[in-house]
Design a binder for this molecule. Structure first.
Ligand code: SAM
Length: 195
């Protein structure tokens, strides 16, 4: 039983692209109420409950949200935290094994104002901050999946992602409402910038 129907979007994307592997460390941005984290816990085996093969490695799932996220076995939650704050990035680094993640997921969305362009811009700005987070915690060859609302700035976000990931594609899951501007960028094979 999932906490929210959004789980089906992540299941669909992960069934196709196999982002989440047993043993992986995952950061789930905008995690409340926790449905994506439920999917991630199952797929990376972070609760260590995979019955199919007791030998599977145990992963890590850390969820963050401005709102409260009810507890979940196998996940560590940072409620009342803003993903765009650098203090949150530092905290994540402390909590992750070796300070690093294989995958960053983001289903974050601002409260919609109803003004489509404004909401689009705000969400793109939030997505751009994920590139800074990636620089701090994402492993070389890691992946980033982020929700955006399509609009004039989508291309800029795609270009920024393409400058630090070898592969970037835009996805509209079948489970996403056809009449919504919601889409996801899947960026894979992170090229960690050399400092
Ligand atoms: N993926 C979640 C699930 O499956 O349960 C649903 C996520 S919901 C669509 C979007 C979430 O993003 C909201 O809970 C909202 O509070 C959160 N959010 C928006 N801006 C945020 C920010 N700056 N930092 C952290 N979370 C944020």
């Amino acid at each position: 039983n999932f906490r929210c129907r959004s789980a089906f979007k992540l299941l669909e994307i992960d069934d196709k692209f196999r982002l989440l592997q047993p043993g992986y460390s995952v950061v789930d941005c905008g995690a409340a109420p926790g449905a994506w984290s439920q999917v991630a816990v199952q797929r990376v085996n972070s609760a260590g409950t995979s019955r199919h093969d007791q030998g599977l490695p145990c992963g890590t799932v850390i969820g963050i949200d401005l709102l409260n996220i009810p507890p979940l076995d196998g996940a560590l939650f940072l409620s009342s935290h803003d993903v765009t704050h650098t203090a949150t990035h530092a905290k994540l680094q402390e909590l992750l094994p070796q300070g690093q993640a294989h995958v960053i997921l983001s289903d974050m969305a601002p409260n919609a104002s109803g003004f489509r362009d404004m909401d689009h811009e705000r969400l793109i700005t939030m997505c751009l901050s994920l590139i800074d987070l990636a620089e701090m915690i994402l492993l070389p060859r890691g992946s980033l999946l982020c929700k955006y609302w399509d609009g004039v700035l989508s291309h800029q976000l795609q270009e920024k992602l393409s400058s630090v990931f070898h592969s970037v594609r835009s996805i509209k899951p079948d489970a996403s409402r056809k009449d919504s501007a919601e889409r996801y960028f899947l960026a894979r094979m992170y090229k960690k910038p050399v400092k």
